[in-house]
Write a protein that binds this ligand. Structure first.
Ligand code: AMP
Length: 415
């Protein structure tokens, strides 16, 4: 019997996994630079957490959750998103006030698999809790935007909208429901079902796009505070030079948002109306999950989609140096040289056991190293031979200069 990865899941393997690793790394660095601490929460949580947090009538909760019971009969779910878990953790830890957390990890949704729509996918996210201020919304949007630029999605557009505060929404829901009711024969079955339970979701239904094009939109029905928050948001986006677009029908799939909602859409994805990431403000979520009322705003980006949207790029080399041991009696020397290089930040490897020089060079190429460093009899004179594996050009260098040659030298291998 041959085993295969389950439908809609992927193995992240080299060479593609190199970009994956780099993107995860740059996410960590960027989030840390903005003051977000690392958080990790369980891959599974109680089913109720997501049903409450995301909303019983959302598509994810209704159709896409991986639910199961453990041996004690507890109802559990593989997380379909990560925000609910982070907010739960914040409450459980007895935290209060401001909290800035960043995470990355897999999430699971039972979807019809296609490119950029996987059953296990990777999310990178942020939660900025404890402040209702619009500057927090702007910081989160800016960080995600900068990350997109760093990933090579230079022409990404941030679509923004405000869906108001709960009282604005109650009034608006009534208005929208009646408007939809009058046109119910034109709507899809799903949309008709949602008129009462979740009319907002009909606004971004792809099947009903033409009908809802004329529907009243939330941003025209904001209370004064939500309206001023939104105005400041738009001003802030202008000030920061973030390329944005107002998207009055953007509501996002999850129920917990209020006021600001946004998505990052690269032009290549526009036709399909697919976002590589999105987020919004969720001032009611902590309360909904049993905590005190703590405002929050966050985002989640999909790594699978970012990679697909950024297209193929030449993968960086996997290693800076592959050590080739010409004289087998120098093996332990080679190992101590490898330790020196690695301590200095050089990505370096060598084969195990006694191998021919040819076999070692073949391995150096197969492992996609930038240079091979040969340790042979010239070592006694403090020298090694460094061979550029792209050009085939070799030169002899003092062993002590290999580190600076590799890290800063021609080729700038770690650039
Ligand atoms: P959402 O909150 O549903 O908009 O999800 C946030 C981001 O996660 C999306 O913009 C996608 O980049 C990513 N994402 C959501 N679902 C999937 C999926 N099934 N496959 C791949 N990426 C996904």
């Amino acid at each position: 019997m041959r085993f295969r990865a389950p439908k809609g899941t992927d193995d992240i393997m080299p060479p593609g996994s190199r970009r994956w690793r780099n993107l995860l790394r740059s996410w960590d660095i960027l989030a840390e630079r903005y003051g977000y601490e690392y958080v990790a929460t369980p891959i599974f949580e109680s089913t109720e957490l997501f049903a409450r947090g995301m909303g019983e009538t959302t598509e994810v909760v209704e159709k896409q959750m991986y639910n199961f019971r453990d041996k004690a009969g507890r109802k559990l779910t593989l997380r379909p998103e990560i925000t609910a878990g982070v907010v739960r953790a914040y409450i459980q830890a007895g935290r209060s006030g401001e909290f800035k957390g960043a995470y990355s990890g897999p999430a699971f949704r039972y979807e019809r698999p296609q490119e950029g729509r996987r059953r296990q996918f990777w999310q990178l996210g942020l939660e900025y809790m404890g402040t209702p201020h619009v500057e927090a919304d702007l910081e989160v949007i800016e960080l995600g935007y900068r990350y997109m630029l760093d990933c090579g999605l230079g022409d990404v557009v941030v679509q923004v909208n405000s869906i108001g505060d709960p009282p604005d929404r109650t009034a608006y829901h009534g208005l929208l429901s009646s408007w939809l009711e009058e046109r119910s024969r034109l709507l899809s079955e799903d949309a008709r079902r949602r008129i009462r339970s979740n009319p907002l979701r009909v606004l971004d239904s792809k099947t009903d796009r033409e009908v809802v094009a004329e529907a009243p939109v939330p941003v025209d029905h904001l209370g004064s505070e939500a309206a001023s928050h939104h105005e400041h948001l738009i001003e802030g986006l202008e000030e920061r030079g973030i390329v944005y677009e107002e998207a009055p029908r953007l509501v996002r799939g999850l129920d917990y948002y209020n006021r600001t909602v946004f998505e990052y859409v690269p032009p290549s994805y526009r036709a399909a109306q697919n976002a590589v990431g999105g987020g919004g403000r969720y001032d009611g979520l902590a309360r909904l999950l049993g905590g005190r009322a703590v405002p929050g705003v966050g985002l989640a980006l999909g790594l699978d989609r970012i990679l697909a949207a950024a297209g193929d790029r030449p993968a960086a080399r996997a290693l800076d140096v592959f050590l080739v041991v010409a004289d087998q009696e120098r093996r332990s020397l080679a190992h101590s040289f490898a330790r020196r290089l690695r301590s200095a930040g050089v990505r370096c490897d060598l084969l195990t056991g006694r191998r021919s020089v040819r076999a070692q060079f073949r391995a150096a190429n197969r492992r996609d190293a930038a240079v091979a460093v040969v340790i042979g009899e010239e070592w006694d004179a403090g020298l090694v031979t460094v061979k550029d594996l792209s050009s085939g050009v070799g030169r002899t260098l003092p062993a002590g200069e290999v580190i600076s040659f590799v890290l800063r030298g021609p080729g700038g291998q770690q650039a």
